[in-house]
Design a protein around this ligand. Structure first.
Ligand code: 2RA
Length: 332
């Protein structure tokens, strides 16, 4: 299969190449795509060196699938060009997520909704993916009424520039090309993406809107506070979820342990709980600190951690492509 990775030189693009290789995705020809300034740069994939190509060169090659992680404006402009040429586009930007004609897919939840008509498929926001994966089977069992979530997000979610800022500050230097308006080391920033008129950031509103779309239930009420913290292993989230139905904690454990893609890490007597250092490089969504909210009936607290570059982006996108092969929507 001819596969284009658009944004191949970025953090997520690099992770996509790693995941494609790890999962032995049936790539017969790779088209690493990046900006004009990177064209000609060498990328290694499965021991073979490939040269970065331009968007037009990749389009002319008519790839079977193109996995985009190059920002919303590029996706908005370029994804339709590839789709019109017959390529299946899986896009990691926010460009298509809330488009009513496009599917927003976490394979374990709704890959079954994919059809041959789906030529541009949206990969949800990393902080949404880990939350809905941890909640969807509980929603099926107890029907979610409201979610209150606070996130503690890795600098890798911003990109290489932010990682460099953290490392420079950690080394006692003033960041040479800061990604954030404030120092990030030994600090936290309650500011991810831009602020909207309602006082929330785009990141927070993504979690509100995408959750409803993926779970297929507009009645679910969500409120979010998204915070950047100086770590690199993955995003953490404190989730407080109110259900319509009463639940038993034992059933929550049983359901989560049976949920594909979720790993329950919850043994506080031995200091075992999800942490970014343990999620880093893994695809599982780690869930722990499960406990009844004693201030409100039918309400549960949980702590959810995942590598935002993997299940939060690259792995989820590759899994969508894998499901399309299984559904016969992509020919190997
Ligand atoms: C972030 N979720 O963490 C956003 C985009 N990757 O910055």
């Amino acid at each position: 299969m001819k596969v284009a990775v658009v944004g191949a030189t970025g953090l997520v693009g690099g992770e996509m190449l790693k995941v494609l290789a790890e999962r032995n995705f049936p790539v017969t020809e790779l088209l690493p795509v990046a900006s004009e300034k990177s064209v000609g740069q060498q990328i290694e994939f499965r021991g073979v060196k490939y040269k970065v190509v331009s968007m037009d060169t990749a389009l002319a090659a008519r790839p079977d699938v193109a996995i985009f992680s190059a920002g919303g404006s590029i996706s908005k402009e370029q994804a339709p060009r590839f789709a019109e040429a017959g390529t299946v586009v899986i896009d990691n930007s926010s460009a298509w997520r809330m488009d009513p004609t496009k599917k927003l897919v976490v394979p374990e939840i709704n890959a079954k909704e994919l059809t041959p008509k789906d030529k541009i498929i949206a990969n949800p926001n990393c902080s949404t993916i880990q939350m809905v994966l941890a909640l969807h089977t509980l929603h099926e069992a107890f029907r979610i009424k409201r979610i209150v979530v606070s996130t503690y997000q890795s600098v890798t979610g911003t990109g290489k520039k932010a990682v460099d800022q953290l490392l420079e500050e950690r080394a006692g230097q003033v960041a040479s090309n800061p990604a954030y308006p404030h120092p990030i080391d030994l600090n936290v920033l309650p500011h991810i993406d831009v602020f909207e008129d309602n006082g929330y950031t785009k990141e927070e509103m993504k979690m509100v809107k995408e959750t409803k779309k993926i779970l297929g239930d507009d009645s679910i009420q969500v409120t979010a506070t998204a915070v950047r913290i100086p770590v690199m292993g993955g995003h953490s989230e404190a989730i407080n979820v109110e259900f319509e139905k009463e639940y038993e904690l034992a059933d929550v454990y049983r359901i989560l342990r049976a949920t594909a893609g979720v790993e329950v890490v919850d043994d506080v007597a031995h200091n075992r709980y999800p942490m970014p250092k343990d999620a880093h490089g893994k695809d599982a969504v780690l869930v722990g600190r499960l406990r009844r909210d004693e201030s409100q009936p039918r309400t549960l607290n949980m702590w959810v951690v995942a590598d935002n570059l993997r299940k939060g982006a690259a792995t989820n996108a590759v899994q969508i492509a894998e499901h399309m092969i299984q559904l016969g929507l992509l020919k190997v």
